[in-house]
Design a protein. Structure first.
Lengths: 53, 283
């Protein structure tokens, strides 16, 4: 268990993999799983100008 | 199926697409080496990684270009190839190639200064679309309705100070139905296709377009495969519009997202991509 760095909402580990991004269920901030053990999340990298598909 | 190679996954973040690719590789017992574009370093002599083939899933055009060139330098095949990404990632180069290959594409004029951009808009006629040469997800694109609006938009773009916004890619505004088409090509195969419905003139899934599965007509298939071949082939999303004069290809995406396409069609796009990569690696 960890928490959203923006709103403090508790985030459960579930079946995430390292590097996975997902929105915080409360505030919607895009989060990235930075470490699995111990489970940590941070704000996902911000979209840069040359990002795309 | 058991493969004897290591797949390098070069990525920025793990989105559903990358998660599905990892799962598809695991199902096929393919070893995966994760290469995070924020962490990998590239010496001039290959060192420190095992991958026999690299699948590029980085969302950064600049990082992709340098990394793919390094992998090529190390003798490691990549999907897609450096040349394909360099070409498709730059709208100017992509338009030139499509035109050279006789693939119908919207009328386009490129200008290198703000003054010339106004001229280019006059040549195309209003309304027109102004796009940054590099960039995606419909970001910083503008529909320009008249010269007054053009002056304001060009002034704003110039103020951004980025070289990318100092080159002006001006395209005709295509009066299409409220949808465009996305067709995903893997090698020589069309694996899935969908309409993207939107009332916004930009029909990007990233902008909330609604997806609907569709079966491409023979004419569409021929055009899509011709566009994919023109840019060098690989794993590509070809975007088309139904213009009053017929189908036009407006974009070929070299690192396609396929979340919406998978949801709309139920097709295992990630599995197709991994099978293609495995075929190349074991060729």
């Amino acid at each position: 268990m960890t928490e959203c760095p923006e709103c403090g909402r508790a985030i459960e580990k579930k079946d995430f993999i390292e590097g996975e991004i997902f929105p915080c269920p409360d505030c919607g901030l895009e989060l990235e799983v930075t470490v699995l053990e111990p489970f940590q999340v941070d704000a996902a990298p911000r979209e840069a100008e040359d990002w795309g598909e | 199926m058991s493969e004897t190679f290591t797949l390098g996954l070069f990525y920025t973040v793990i989105r559903p697409e990358e998660k599905w690719i990892l799962a598809a590789a695991e199902e096929r017992q393919i070893r995966v080496e994760r290469l995070h574009d924020e962490a990998v370093t590239f010496p001039l002599v290959r060192n420190g990684f095992e991958a026999d083939l690299v699948l590029n899933r980085s969302v950064s055009h600049s990082r992709s270009l340098y990394a793919l060139r390094f992998f090529e330098h190390y003798g490691v095949p990549t999907v897609n190839r450096y040349e394909v990404v360099a070409l498709c990632g730059d709208k100017v180069l992509a338009s030139l190639r499509l035109e050279e290959a006789g693939v119908p594409t919207p009328r386009t004029v490129v200008a290198l200064t703000p003054e010339a951009a106004l001229k280019a808009l006059d040549e195309i006629g209003y309304p027109a679309v102004l796009k940054p040469p590099i960039g995606s997800w419909g970001r910083l694109m503008a529909k320009v309705d008249d010269p007054e609006e053009a002056e304001q938009i060009i002034e704003h773009k110039s103020a951004l100070g980025s070289p990318n916004h100092s080159i002006f890619y001006v395209q005709e505004y295509v009066a299409k139905p409220e949808r465009d088409l996305r067709v995903l090509v893997v090698g020589d195969e069309i694996v899935a296709a969908m309409y993207r419905h939107s009332k916004d003139w930009r029909t990007n899934a990233a902008r909330g377009a609604v997806s609907e599965a569709m079966s491409p007509t023979p004419e569409m298939r021929e055009l899509v495969l011709r566009a994919a071949a023109a840019v060098g082939g690989g794993v590509l999303a070809v975007d088309l519009m139904e213009s009053p004069e017929g189908l036009v290809v407006h974009e070929v995406n070299p690192t396609p997202e396929f979340r919406a396409l998978t949801a709309a069609t139920g097709i295992d796009v990630a599995g197709k991509v991994v099978d293609y990569v495995a075929e190349i690696a074991t060729r």
